[in-house]
Design a protein around this ligand. Structure first.
Ligand SMILES: Nc1ncnc2c1ncn2[C@@H]1O[C@H](COP(=O)(O)OP(=O)(O)OP(=O)(O)O)[C@@H](O)[C@H]1O
Ligand SMILES: [Mg+2]
Length: 247
């Protein structure tokens, strides 16, 4: 479970990137976070995982406060950043073993999980090569595999589908759904509205740091049965651009 309570982030220089966010993602829920470029998605995610401290407000993961219980939080989360920059001078395998060491994953468990995930993402034959030789999508895959090695309950993924080939994207979407079906939590940001529409239990729309809508697709539609998420997104974000905030 993820809880955000009155979370605000003002960067040095005065940019208010996130403004008083209040929402929760329940266990068993697949939550999509969408919004225009610069809306505050990555800033929100970095505060969820403890990379950025909120200017005010707090975030809890499975009941643990990110600020006061950072280790309990980090044990429970898988974080995939938007920018797949990893240790280029390590091989994929060295990187995965390093991550598994950090998270104390026992050797037999790590072997089984690595084999399975490398196989799912078709990385078995590349895992011995240096990460600097990997394509963007391969880096994305090795980060994903590393993030899942310690079997975290809460997945927090910042645009995880970017750069993945169709098969890998399909496998990831299947894994996200299965993870939620096991009673765990998945939160991800995306610009691919068709993915959000098809995959998510609930969707949050952020614009200029404000959560302008949050709910199931049906709730976001307000009774307009046939509207696509794309149509809703364009209407809602356009309305706020005109200065007439709708929610
Ligand atoms: N380190 C920083 N210092 C100052 N301002 C920042 C910093 N990082 C982000 N911002 C600003 O905060 C706002 C939100 O940025 P953020 O990266 O959270 O948006 P985003 O929704 O993830 O966008 P995108 O869809 O392009 O990834 C933007 O106005 C951005 O310019
Ligand atoms: Mg971003």
């Amino acid at each position: 479970m993820i809880e955000l309570m009155e979370v605000t982030k003002v960067y040095k220089g005065g940019v208010k990137a996130v403004d008083n966010l209040n929402f929760s993602v329940n266990s068993g829920e697949l939550f999509g976070f969408i919004g225009p470029n610069g809306a505050g998605k990555t800033t929100t995610i970095k505060m969820m995982v403890g990379l950025l401290e909120p200017t005010s407000g707090s975030v809890k993961i499975d009941g643990y406060d990110v600020k006061t219980n950072p280790l309990d939080v980090k044990k429970r989360i898988a974080y995939v950043p938007d920018d797949p920059n990893v240790y280029e001078k390590l091989t994929g395998l060295e990187y995965l073993n390093f991550i598994a060491d950090v998270y104390n994953v026992p050797s037999t468990v790590r072997k089984e999980r690595m084999e399975r995930l490398l196989n799912v993402f078709e990385m078995t034959s590349s895992v011995g090569s240096l990460i600097e030789s990997y394509s963007h999508g391969m880096r994305q895959k090795i980060i994903l595999i590393g993030a899942l090695l310690h079997d975290p309950s809460v997945w927090i993924l910042d645009e995880p589908m970017v750069g993945l080939d169709p098969r890998a994207a399909f496998e990831l979407k299947t894994m996200m759904r299965e993870h939620c079906e096991q009673g765990h939590t998945v939160f991800f940001s995306t610009h691919v509205l068709e993915v959000a529409e098809k995959l998510c239990d609930r969707i949050g729309i952020i614009d200029k740091g404000h959560l302008i809508a949050c709910g199931t697709l049906d709730e976001l539609r307000h009774g307009q049965q046939n509207e696509s998420l794309e149509q809703l997104f364009l209407q809602l974000t356009d309305a706020t651009a005109e200065g007439t905030e709708s929610e």
